[in-house]
Write a protein that binds this ligand. Structure first.
Ligand code: MRU
Length: 385
């Protein structure tokens, strides 16, 4: 079966890849008109690489809700820069931090980033800083978080690759991934995708199976885009095809990211992750979660306590071309693929219980088996650094 797919990764010609500009997922800029946060608009990918310029916190909140900027670690970075933008532009910082932290409920990193930046502002003001100095302190915090995330990403790749080696000594795994976890969600090269990329660079990735990730197609639009840019051997599949792929013995490991990991090790990630965990267990395939320590939330005791974002029906009932999700409306303005008025069940995430997770890989190391104690020890270690 593998041979029939051998062409897929080579479908992107080197010239195509070189032609793609490398726009960072997020950057702070200070043009003469005042500071702005510039996002690579992920709703337009892969058709267009367009920048979205946010001049105020409400614009950033909207960008977060429409998934122009998305993915747990990047949401944390965006939250922090959003508070920096509020401070630099004279907005009410506490109000902005609340709006940003609550823009999407599941990824714990978003609130973490916004609240950390807010705390930096309050500390500066309490220490006698004027508005300008306080704004500079918040920006420094956002930049620090951005840098920390890039470093965490590199360390996760090292730990993840070592784990793959341990599980499959000398092997060239075929890795299945879901949603998007690369440089588009991170200050660095990402989480799960960074591990696959590290394996690829060492010539040890046999294939990256990319789930399309309905309904917003983060796999097809974004992971395939990143895999193509990196020249990785990848093949796209519909989410429904994963079962037959496992049954055919074509998957050696599942690597996914996380939006929130509860204290007991329950993992919230893009909807469709849980069925993959069940499949992986049935087929004796390791199911590996890669996430920075900031995604572990000791304040959320278990999976039942994780708030799962529910999104609009039209993301399922309509198809938009070019792909631009519309939020906050009854209809999205796309082409209906279901009878008018159809309501859809559209959770953005699902929760995988810890007993189905082989390992959680973080920048601080690997937790396996996944236990409350193991995760608590990891968080404590991280706080000491
Ligand atoms: O709705 P999204 O696109 O923000 O969801 C993103 C995911 O579910 C990712 O898998 C998760 O954030 C991990 S990214 C390191």
């Amino acid at each position: 079966m593998a041979d029939q797919y051998a062409q897929s990764g080579e479908a992107v010609r080197p010239s195509d890849v070189a032609a793609m500009p490398a726009i960072p997922a997020i950057r702070w800029d200070e043009p003469p008109e005042g500071p702005v946060l510039v996002l690579l608009d992920q709703t337009r990918l892969p058709a267009e690489e367009t920048e979205l310029v946010c001049t105020d916190p409400p614009a950033l909140v909207q960008a977060i809700r429409t998934l122009a900027v998305r993915g747990a670690p990047l949401l944390g970075i965006a939250g922090a820069y959003g508070v920096a933008l509020a401070a630099a532009r004279g907005f009410d910082v506490d109000e902005a931090a609340d709006a940003l932290a609550g823009a999407r409920p599941t990824a714990v990193n978003l609130a973490y980033g916004a609240r950390r930046a807010q705390a930096a502002y309050r500390k500066a003001v309490a220490g006698g800083a004027d508005e300008q100095q306080a704004a500079a302190a918040v920006l420094a915090t956002a930049r620090a978080l951005h840098k920390e995330d890039a470093e965490a990403s590199a360390r996760m790749a090292v730990h993840g690759l070592a784990l793959l080696d341990e599980l499959m000594p000398g092997g060239r795994p075929r890795v299945l991934t879901h949603c998007n976890t690369g440089a588009l969600v991170s200050g660095g090269e990402g989480t799960a995708f960074a591990v696959a990329l590290a394996a690829h660079r060492e010539g040890r990735l046999r294939r990256l199976w990319v789930d399309e990730t309905r309904p917003l197609l983060q796999g097809a639009r974004l992971t395939a885009y990143e895999a193509a840019r990196a020249g990785m051997p990848y093949t796209l599949l519909t989410d429904n095809a994963a079962g037959s792929l496992f049954a055919a013995g074509e998957v050696d490991a599942v690597l996914i990211g996380a939006d929130r990991i509860a204290a007991d090790g329950s993992v919230a990630n893009k909807v469709g992750s849980y069925p993959l965990a069940v499949l992986a267990r049935y087929h004796h395939v390791p199911f590996i979660v890669v996430a920075p320590v900031t995604t572990v939330d000791p304040d959320t005791p278990d999976g039942a306590a994780i708030e799962v974002e529910q999104r609009a029906s039209h993301e399922v009932t309509e198809v938009t071309v070019p792909f631009v999700p519309v939020t906050g409306a009854e209809v999205g303005g796309g082409i209906s693929v279901a009878p008018l008025g159809t309501q859809a069940y559209n959770p953005a995430f699902d929760v995988t219980p810890p007993e189905l997770v082989t390992a959680v890989v973080t920048e601080e190391g690997v937790v396996s088996p996944v236990t409350t104690e193991g995760l608590a020890e990891l968080c404590a270690r991280s706080r000491q650094v």
